[in-house]
Design a protein around this ligand. Structure first.
Ligand code: PLP
Length: 378
């Protein structure tokens, strides 16, 4: 079947890029069960270890018992729940936005919002390393795209002058590099050129701010997307903007309109997560200590860290695909789960081990990780 795919599949296989899945159960103690073996888990976006939090479980359980799980319909029919409305209002209040829309996933949010707000006559400028959901949204719209060098606002400025674009897009904390975008500079550029500014804060939300100091409240991009599957520990995503922008998305967004609305129980879970962020600051403090410790130890033994920023995504550049796979395999044999990231997820010759640290880890886990990585690389 599908004989026209044969050449491509053979190619993927020959290059060592064939993908498969493992049956996984992430545990709450920084570990994971894979095919019934337990590993130290350095592949989780659950940075604040909230996905197992007893308060979130309790709130969701009691909500499901009272009202069931599903939203039962698309949000424009009967699926827009009271809980979803409350969550939208809560985010608007915390971050100072006028209006918001909640999607069942960040991927749906990005492809939907971008393909609604830009068209094939538009021009878009975005960071070279923006996430696939952003690229797919732009492709779907048919807009022309120019990508600026990663985190290089001077290059962004050049592209703006040369192309008179309709939108500038960046992530805040890059999911594959683990470094932070120059948001202030990009925002000033956008203001200077009256250019709408879109920020995807999938990985930064909850780990780059404290609850009384939301940087994005000050920067206030025109459109902000925050998926809930990372530090908040759940699923879904919110898109925030002015009332006018959110109304436009509501009129044109196919991935919003033609999909079942997010479960109200998940909205209750996210509301609880937000409350826990405020009340349990120790989670972020512990995570930061682990990141400092990791960076210092990794640099001491000469590991090729892609960025020294204080973020939970710590990528180790290996380069060659086969070597990256071998390093990951070595870690696995030593009880550590940290998969290799390979093209096309990342650029050619930039295969890497992407590590994510969470507040469920311990200093001794980090030390063991560093020693084992050093052993595998040299
Ligand atoms: C930067 C970025 N944006 C969007 C998404 C998509 O979010 P979701 O997992 O909720 O579909 C991801 C997920 O990996 C991401 O890393």
């Amino acid at each position: 079947m599908f004989p026209y795919l044969k050449k491509d599949t053979q190619n993927i296989y020959d290059k060592g890029l064939w993908r498969s899945r493992l049956t996984a159960r992430p545990l709450s103690c920084g570990k994971i069960l894979l095919n019934n073996h337990e590993y130290l888990n350095f592949c989780s976006n659950d940075y604040l270890d909230l996905s197992h939090h007893h308060r979130i479980k309790k709130v969701m359980k009691s909500h499901i018992q009272k009202y069931g799980f599903g939203s039962s319909a698309s949000p424009l029919l009967a699926g827009y729940s009271f809980e979803c409305e409350e969550l939208e209002k809560t985010f608007c209040r915390i971050l100072g936005f006028e209006d918001a829309l909640i999607f069942p996933s960040g991927y749906q949010a990005n492809i939907g919002v971008l393909s609604s707000l830009i068209t094939k006559s538009s021009r878009v400028i975005c960071d070279r390393f923006c996430h696939a959901s952003i690229l797919d949204g732009i492709l779907l719209s048919g807009a022309k795209i120019k990508r600026f060098k990663h985190n290089d606002s001077a290059h962004a400025a050049k592209l703006i002058k040369a192309n008179s674009p309709n939108l500038l897009i960046t992530e805040r904390l890059f999911s594959m590099e683990g470094d932070i975008a120059p948001l202030d500079e990009l925002c000033s550029l956008c203001r200077h050129f009256s250019l709408p500014f879109f920020v995807d804060d999938a990985h930064g939300f909850g780990v780059l701010d404290t609850h009384n100091d939301w940087k994005l409240k000050k920067i206030k991009p025109d459109i902000l997307c925050i998926p809930f599957g990372k530090a908040l520990g759940l699923n879904g995503a919110i898109v925030l903007g002015t009332k006018n922008i959110i109304d436009l998305i509501l009129q044109f967004c196919r991935s919003y309109r033609y999909s079942t609305a997010i479960s109200p129980a998940i909205c209750m879970g996210v509301l609880e997560s937000l409350d826990i962020l405020h009340q349990e600051e120790w989670r972020l403090e512990k995570l930061k200590k682990l990141i400092y410790h990791f960076n210092t130890a990794a640099l001491e033994v000469g590991l090729p860290l892609l960025s020294k920023d204080i973020t939970p995504i710590r990528s180790i550049l290996i380069g060659d695909t086969h070597k990256a796979v071998a390093v990951s395999k070595h870690l696995r044999n030593k009880g550590i789960y940290a998969p290799a990231l390979l093209p096309p997820t990342i650029p050619k010759n930039a295969s890497r081990i992407r590590l994510s640290l969470t507040c469920a880890h311990h200093i001794c886990d980090i030390d063991y990780l560093i020693t084992t990585l050093k052993e595998a690389i040299t």
